[in-house]
Design a protein around this ligand. Sequence first.
Ligand SMILES: N[C@@H](CCC(=O)N[C@@H](CS)C(=O)NCC(=O)O)C(=O)O
Length: 208
Amino acid sequence: MTIKIYGRKSSCNVQKVLWLCSELDIDIETKDYGGKYGGTKEESYKALNPNSTVPLIDDDGFFLYESNAIIKYLSNKYNYLKLENDKMIAIRDQWMDWAGFTLAAPCAIITLNLILLPPDKRDPSKVLKAKEQVITLLKILDNQLINNKYILGEEFSLADIPAGCWYNRCLKFDFDFSSFKGISAWSEALSRRKPYQNAILSAPMPPN
Ligand SMILES: N[C@@H](CCC(=O)N[C@@H](CS)C(=O)NCC(=O)O)C(=O)O
């Protein structure tokens, strides 16, 4: 059964789902929604996702929004990257939430003020402040990756997906991450994965 994914490919939250679906090698149908494509404020969409956000998936009539919830659902459904140990699951969720909320917040401010807002509404001081926050946050990730190939250890896990998507967005914003040795090695390991190449490295930037 083909899974329908509603959401523009430039959205990091949509990219998480595209990346995992590519890892799973399952059939998907993508539908451009949100941003310049619109559609999310229509009543028919709001009936499925009242937040008017992307992504939203339709798995044979089962509708789900919230990107982290979606990738956990797909991981469980296809028995891929599933963890059994409660503490490992909690640490995985910690990193998924950290990336999806804590790291995503300043990244979104940078995207807004460098790309999405009309030029006269952009605020360079907000970009500067958000960039400082990103550096502080990525240092935390770097510390985790100094002794770990992937975020949870030797094995790739769902924890790498949200962080990988937002890190890739940061790469577009003229940061110098060369002193982040842990992140650099992790980034190289991710870049060798075909699903990361397909869904993330080649993804368009907002508003596309
Ligand atoms: N916590 C939600 C956030 C969803 C979200 O804010 N998505 C953004 C795109 S990254 C969105 O829908 N923005 C409005 C739009 O694109 O029209 C998730 O992880 O799915």
